[in-house]
Design a protein around this ligand. Structure first.
Ligand code: KIV
Ligand code: ZN
Length: 533
């Protein structure tokens, strides 16, 4: 591997999933993992197997289905490394190994904090005890797996000399990657770059292992810090799609990758990522987590390539280089106009979905195709973004316990907004109710609540046009919380915004109900941790 190659380690399914309310079902995680493999990432951190049996099962299925055979569309011939996180305890390391052992290239990632703050207040350990524990657990992990990553948590606020000692000791114990986290997003780029350079210079054995960077975004510096670390010699970047993660999130995959690609000549680094898939995976992760992508988000935001001012538009017409440092097609941001029309057949529809990375089969394909036909009747041009929205609805990985059969609303400037709703219950019986509300969505949600009878608090409600124009497909995203449980999200797409809102709300209720039946209602943070994740 070239010395300028940066390994992309995606932790959307582990650190990303720790974002409040971003929990994904096992099936959603598998779908994201498949897309990450297609994208060309080198390592997928698939989860924290000790957190719950469900987390373990999700990691196992990713190891077996994504980590064993090359995923279609992946440029690299080998499947990615599948990694599982573990605290420095035997039981966590055993669980991580159970999770990843089915992969062709498994990795155990274990961590223990090195900052005096964490040692004193959280771990209540001396520096010597910490070092001994890290060495013992890295050595133990090496008895199971030949690829072991160690992270000194809160490295950004640790005493560099102590850090060098710990890192030298874990290299001797068998660690193959040393990941340096700025756990609380505290450092400045020059400090973080110097930290990495110091580790490479002063840690015996550091040149024989891969040094990795893992930066949080509390001060908005995660990407800048990651790049500073890479320019100082690190050769792995731990990132998440859309920058999701604890608190302000992690360094964003698409920003790190595009900075390396766009400024490659200056910084002399490269990755193996197929950047044309960035927008697509951004949408998938946004949908799976219920975290919308802000329109001004770098690289993948809806406005990332929009030029509003006359002066900019004039420049763009004369030469796109005047105001564009990346081409929209390089990140997959182009809208292919009218790929399919109302006369297109099912085979063409199915083929296009597969090309877009959203393959459907059987009933799901049939249902999506019927929706496509209805849409093609109503909408002038059906774009890729429309197809993805339709396919995502059919690929919904939460069982459709309750389903929308019929919705009628009356609203306007006169009279009270009224909604009559008919739902199919989990036993297939039809249940109806009518309600009034402050607006058509409020009335619809009140009617649904009266039927489903699942008390939830509505935390977020958002509606977006999938494409431009008044005939656009609307996509609604809803986040709800039931009692003290982790919040759950749902989304729905339709040309009618009230129908999209109803579908999204019902999907979020199905999410809550399906979690109750699989016993994953608890927040993973309620897993006892002597070390925070
Ligand atoms: O931010 C952090 O310190 C982590 C470690 C587990 C790598 O996520
Ligand atoms: Zn982290």
């Amino acid at each position: 591997m070239s010395s300028s190659y940066v390994r992309i380690f995606d932790t959307s399914l582990r650190d990303g999933e720790q974002a409040p309310g971003a929990s994904m079902t096992s099936a959603e995680k598998l779908e994201v993992a498949r897309s990450l493999a297609r994208l060309g990432v080198d390592v997928i951190e698939a989860g924290f197997p000790a957190a719950s049996p469900d987390d373990l099962a999700a990691v196992q299925s990713i190891a077996a289905e994504v980590g064993r055979v090359p995923v279609e569309g992946r440029l690299q011939s080998d499947p990615p490394i599948i990694c599982g996180l573990a605290r420095c305890t035997r039981s966590d390391i055993d669980a991580a190994w159970q999770g990843v052992r089915g992969a062709k290239h498994p990795r155990i990632h274990t961590f223990l904090a090195t900052s005096d703050l964490h040692l004193k207040h959280k771990l209540r350990m001396s520096r010597e005890e910490m070092t001994a524990k890290a060495v013992e657990m890295v050595a133990y992990a090496r008895t199971l797996c030949k690829d072991v990553e160690f992270s000194p948590e809160d490295a950004g606020r640790s005493d560099p000399e102590f850090l060098h000692q710990v890192l030298a000791a874990v290299i001797k114990a068998g660690a193959t990657t040393l990941n340096i986290p700025d756990t609380v997003g505290y450092t400045m780029p020059d400090e973080f770059g110097a930290l990495i350079a110091g580790i490479i210079r002063h840690t015996p054995g550091a040149k024989d292992v891969i040094i990795s960077v893992h930066c949080h975004d509390d001060l908005g510096l995660a990407v800048a810090n990651s790049l500073a670390g890479l320019r100082a010699g690190a050769r792995q970047a731990e990132v998440t799609v859309n920058g999701i993660g604890e608190r302000a999130g992690n360094a964003s995959l698409e920003e790190v990758v595009m900075a390396i690609r766009t400024r490659g000549a200056k910084i002399g680094l490269q990755t193996g990522v197929d950047t044309t898939q960035l927008c697509r995976i951004s949408k998938l992760v946004s949908r799976s987590t219920g975290y919308p992508v802000p329109p001004n988000k770098a690289v993948v935001g809806a406005n990332a390539f929009a030029h509003e001012s006359g002066i900019h538009q004039d420049g763009m017409i004369k030469n796109a280089l005047t105001y564009e440092i990346m081409r929209p097609q390089d990140v997959g941001a182009t809208h292919t106009t009218l790929v399919l029309g109302k006369h297109s057949g099912r085979a063409a529809f199915s083929k296009r979905l597969t090309e877009l990375g959203y393959p459907l089969e059987g009933d799901a394909l049939l249902k999506a195709f019927n929706e496509f036909k209805k849409l093609a009747d109503r909408k002038k041009s059906v774009l890729d973004a429309d197809l993805i929205a339709l396919a995502s609805d059919e690929r919904a990985t939460v069982p459709e316990l309750w389903a929308l059969e019929h919705l009628q609303v009356m609203c306007g400037t006169a009279g009270l907004p009224t909604a009559s709703v008919r739902l199919r219950d989990p036993d297939g019986k039809i249940r109806s109710h009518a309600a009034i509300g402050t607006g058509p969505v409020d009335a619809t949600y009140k009617a649904i609540n009266a039927i489903v009878d699942l008390p939830v608090e509505l935390l977020e409600f958002g509606i977006n046009a999938v494409t431009e124009g008044v005939d656009a497909l609307a996509e609604a995203t809803v986040r709800v919380r039931h009692e003290e449980q982790r919040s759950a999200h749902g989304h729905g797409a339709d040309t009618d915004i009230v129908v999209a809102a109803a579908k999204a709300y019902i999907a979020s209720l199905n999410h809550v109900l399906s979690r109750q039946s699989t016993g994953r209602a608890q927040h993973p943070q309620s897993v006892p941790t002597e070390v925070s994740r």
